[in-house]
Design a protein. Structure first.
Length: 365
């Protein structure tokens, strides 16, 4: 996508970055590094409008309609709302910040997965729209080297984009088109019921696997130590710069990023975008607690359940992936309230058993 932007810029089209915040700064840095000229900065925050941001005067959104044929890069976690806003303003060329490193697929080559009647690993992929991310996710799974027999199961939450025609692009995977939008959490629970493997990977569609033999390494760890309930890996952000090594959790349920270190070790919290469970343990616990529907806090809740049942939560730095974030169910301002409601539900549920929330003993295997 970056080379496309550069070409359009050279043809005289103005580049607008929508978002005068932390994500906007990261986007500006990337564009400047790739010699792509930025013409305007825009933001919905009235307290930022009219002020300078990286030497640019911040415009209001309605001022974009007076710019001739702009390409607007949305640099905000609220990209879905802003994209709708821009369409209403008549903007035709919109790029979401996390798409900067995605290849622009004009033609999607068919992905043919190996047939597998007896998988050792079941990869459960939950989706709602975001076809370009889903395709890249599936492609990364297929192209990663492995000696493990596996199956892929996709739970589609009534997508309206090209996801609904996935069968045209992918062979030898199981695709379940739900009759209604179950929400993220229930989609995970329902789709996981179809898993046949001894181990099950829950995967968001905005993930790109970048490690060969990633499943092999996780399976080896499970075989080596049956006390492991779930495994995760190193997570890179959409700009490929920030790496996450798991989190510790304090008494306020605040997540403190672990310092960089190599190996296999216990953590309080793993990014749930790509996580591997022992399927029997997942089912014993009952999957995600639907108390937290449609999403938020279901992940840390099941981590506590694992520890309550005597299992460990472990990060393996040999497994790495990119997480584009917030594609599977997105972020809106309305969902902020759901987040805090579930925050309180989590505290109410676990306040008398805090030893399962902050439980790291720094065990290395």
């Amino acid at each position: 996508m970056l080379h496309v932007l550069k070409k359009e810029c050279e043809l005289g089209r103005p580049i607008v970055v929508f978002g005068a915040g932390e994500t906007g700064e990261r986007v500006i840095k990337i564009l400047q590094k790739n010699n792509i000229k930025i013409h305007y900065i825009c933001d919905n925050d009235v307290n930022k409008q009219g002020k300078l941001f990286h030497t640019y005067k911040v415009l209001a959104a309605n001022e974009i309609q007076y710019i001739d044929s702009p390409i607007v890069i949305v640099a905000s976690l609220y990209f879905k709302e802003i994209e709708k806003q821009l369409i209403e303003l008549g903007v035709n060329s919109i790029v979401i910040y996390k798409e900067l490193f995605l290849k622009k697929n004009v033609l999607y080559e068919k992905l043919v997965f190996p047939c597998c009647s007896s998988p050792k690993v079941s990869i459960v992929l939950t989706v709602f729209n975001g076809w370009k991310y889903t395709y890249e996710c599936l492609k990364s799974i297929l192209h990663a080297k492995t000696n493990i027999p596996y199956e892929v199961i996709v739970g589609d939450n009534v997508s309206t984009d090209e996801t609904k025609n996935m069968e045209q692009y992918v062979e030898n995977i199981t695709i379940i088109h739900n009759k209604e939008n179950l929400g993220y959490l229930r989609n995970c629970n329902e789709t996981s019921k179809h898993a046949k493997g001894k181990y099950m990977v829950l995967l968001s569609n905005d993930v790109k696997i970048i490690s060969d033999y990633w499943m092999d390494k996780w399976v080896e760890s499970f075989i080596k130590d049956n006390s492991i309930g779930a495994l995760g890996g190193i997570v890179y952000g959409w700009d490929l710069e920030d790496a996450n090594f798991g989190y510790s959790v304090n008494e306020k349920v605040e997540f403190i990023a672990n310092r960089e270190k190599n190996g296999i070790y216990d953590v309080d919290y793993l990014c749930p975008a790509c996580i591997c469970f022992q399927t029997a343990i997942w089912r014993k616990i009952g999957g995600y607690d639907e108390l937290f529907c449609p999403a938020w806090y279901e992940d840390i809740d099941i981590y506590c359940e694992l520890r309550k049942h005597g299992y460990r939560l472990v990060l393996d730095t040999n497994v790495q992936y990119v997480h584009y974030e917030n594609v599977t169910y997105g972020i809106t301002r309305n969902q902020d309230s759901v987040f805090w409601q579930n925050h309180q539900k989590f505290i109410d549920k676990w306040s008398k058993h805090w030893e399962y929330v902050t439980a790291v003993k720094s065990i290395t295997i």
